[in-house]
Design a protein around this ligand. Structure first.
Ligand SMILES: Nc1ncnc2c1ncn2[C@@H]1O[C@H](COP(=O)(O)OP(=O)(O)OP(=O)(O)O)[C@@H](O)[C@H]1O
Ligand SMILES: [Mg+2]
Length: 400
């Protein structure tokens, strides 16, 4: 999960200041902005008098009892509704804690918390935001060109939909050479080029018109597969598009072209699951190592990239063993998919999914289980409803 929020911390102690600084680099905040100011609650009130309110305020205060509530009242007067507030105070009183939580304060810490406690409090404060972003984004890229990343992306999408019965949107990001429309056997009326052209004014209704329904649960934002669109993807036009599709499905599968530029890097860092597909040869060993070394520090230990070794058994002599990939990549490949030209060419010619009974098909099903986090068994169980949370001021105003 990556939060896209502005955080303003108003600290009194250097400990809290350096704690906030130290969590800045965490993947949870990769797309968030954080600023640390001095002055505690008084500093916050002064600042908010002339600046817009961040989504989250972290306020350090020494005020107790009535003085604390007076401060919070003054704060409520200057900050926007919906703002989440975490207080770091000094008074150790369970009743005070309950009253504050009741009034819409997201968390109250007695003294400076540790890194884990603060991160948990922040993600907890945005549980409803996370819920609206409950969509899982799965990016699939080839370590090198032509390794099978697109066909794997499309089949993983189909398998996830089968497994979960949830909606899945495939976005073919390869404008010039994309194969999504061919593999799902559709003739797209509209494509990603239309969606990118409208990036500034996209809404769900419009985007829905650009999607092609492939199966009951799988839709495709197809690529034109054409050289003459005059459209190029950039971070600027892609971000609003991805933000919109992630509201429209439970899973979004991004089929990336084999290029290395800043928007591709952003997608690979940002996705909930990043799958790198390679073939077991020396070129993929070298280039995969480079890509993993680039991505790993950005993704952190909680969301390592996944490697899939495809076309295993194709090279009769000199195929590089899994063990060597494990050592050089410093991670265990998630799946190996055998070379199976008959199965893949039948699927390609008919524009249909890979036969799920083939060994390659079974490996793809297992990959879909890994990245969706759902096994067939689990998919049949009920899913609890997430609790709703309001902002600090919403509930303060409600009480007035
Ligand atoms: N395991 C496999 N066995 C046999 N053929 C395969 C296998 N995996 C993929 N292929 C075939 O390899 C070809 C290239 O696949 P695909 O277009 O998915 O690769 P890609 O990595 O997306 O290429 P590009 O770099 O052009 O985007 C296709 O014809 C596909 O059917
Ligand atoms: Mg491709």
């Amino acid at each position: 999960m990556i939060l896209r929020i502005n955080i303003g911390a108003f600290v009194l102690s250097p400990e809290l200041g350096s704690l906030v600084e130290s969590i800045k680099g965490d993947r949870l905040f990769l797309r968030s902005t954080m600023s640390v100011h001095e002055g505690g609650s008084k500093g916050a009130i002064e600042y908010l008098g002339t600046n817009s309110t961040p989504d989250l305020l972290i306020i350090e205060t020494t005020a107790q009892d009535d003085a604390l509530f007076e401060e919070l009242g003054a704060l409520a007067d200057v900050c926007a509704p919906g703002t989440r507030v975490i207080i770091v105070g000094t008074e150790n009183d369970v009743n005070l804690f309950k009253t504050l939580i009741d009034q819409g304060i997201s968390q109250y810490f007695v003294g400076v918390p540790n890194e884990e406690e603060l991160k948990a409090a922040i993600s907890d404060a945005f549980v409803d935001k996370q819920q609206s972003e409950k969509c899982k984004v799965i990016a699939v890229a080839g370590i090198r060109g032509g390794v099978g990343s697109s066909v794997i992306a499309h089949n993983v999408a189909t398998e996830i939909a089968d497994l979960t019965k949830d909606d899945v949107i495939v976005v073919d990001l390869d404008i010039n050479y994309g194969t999504g429309a061919l593999n799902f056997n559709i003739q797209p009326q509209n494509t990603i080029v239309d969606a990118l052209a409208q990036a500034g004014s996209l809404d769900e209704v419009l985007l829905n018109r650009f999607l092609e329904k492939c199966t009951e649960n799988v839709s495709l934002l197809a690529s034109p597969g054409s050289l003459s669109t005059g459209m190029e993807i950039s971070a600027l036009n892609l971000e609003p598009l991805i933000n919109m599709v992630r509201q429209m499905a439970s899973y979004v599968v991004l089929d990336l072209p084999h290029v290395w530029n800043s928007w591709v890097q952003d997608v690979l860092v940002d996705a909930d699951e990043t799958i790198l597909v390679g073939t077991p040869d020396l070129y993929n060993l070298r280039d995969g190592k480079n890509i993993i070394e680039f991505l790993s520090p950005h993704r952190g230990v909680d969301a390592p990239v996944r490697v899939v070794l495809n076309r295993q058994g194709q090279i009769k002599k000199g195929e590089i063993k899994d063990k060597e990939f494990r050592e050089v990549f410093a991670l265990t490949p998630s799946k190996s998919i055998p070379y199976d030209p008959d199965t893949f060419s039948v699927a390609m010619s008919n524009g249909e999914p890979i036969n799920t009974k083939s060994k390659a098909g079974m490996a793809i099903t297992e990959l879909a289980e890994i990245v969706s986090g759902k096994s067939k068994q689990e998919a049949t169980k009920g899913i609890g409803k997430a609790k709703e949370k309001g902002g600090f001021l919403n509930s303060l105003f409600k009480k007035k």
